[in-house]
Design a protein around this ligand. Sequence first.
Ligand code: URA
Length: 233
Amino acid sequence: MTKDREAAARALRAQQELLGTCTDCSLCEGRTQVVFGVGSPVADLLFIGEGPGFNEDKLGEPFVGQAGKLLTELLAGIGLAREDVYIANVVKCRPPGNRDPLPVEIEACSPKLMEQIRILRPRVVCTLGRFATRLIAQTDAPITSIRGRAKAAEVAGVPVLILPVFHPAAALYTPANKAVLEEDFQKLRVLLARGQDALGQDGRKQGAVPARPVSQEAATGGALDDGEQLALW
Ligand code: URA
């Protein structure tokens, strides 16, 4: 199924308008505005972060602060711009003082994210950090043990490849994590190509993504180290 850009853009606008007055959890009390999401309505690649911070709450757009700058840089490193992808968060309103979102807040907000996924129909979902990974990949595994490893799953009824990576903020505090993020972002290019093989033209899964690791060279023309393989979990 070819994605209908106009229809998807319309559906996202309608959802955004509806959510502008959301009072489904107490985060509405401290927010400046709902930070809905940004990017291409037909993006094949969806990034999901944790929740808006100070800058995002003020500007109404996800990842516009320091972590956002790094995300934009990481994207440029794989030849993509913010406009080529879609960026959203687990919760759409800023937790006070940038604290972690509470389970009750995630529960209230996740149906909105699922609706966005149904509209966007991405092929690849990159979860930024532990909150998005836990929600989307349905796992309690520590992010350190599964980052950079892809998983085929159905999310909100949409067959996707999930790639958990460190949250960009982790590289602001620990610079060594930046190299890890750069390495994992290279895998996104492989997965985008592979998503097209694994999912048919109509966007439905053609059976499981092959359990065998895919040769990086075959998928990327050798952009990654020779012999390195991209494992599924
Ligand atoms: N961190 C997030 O997880 N999301 C944002 O939008 C900004 C920073």
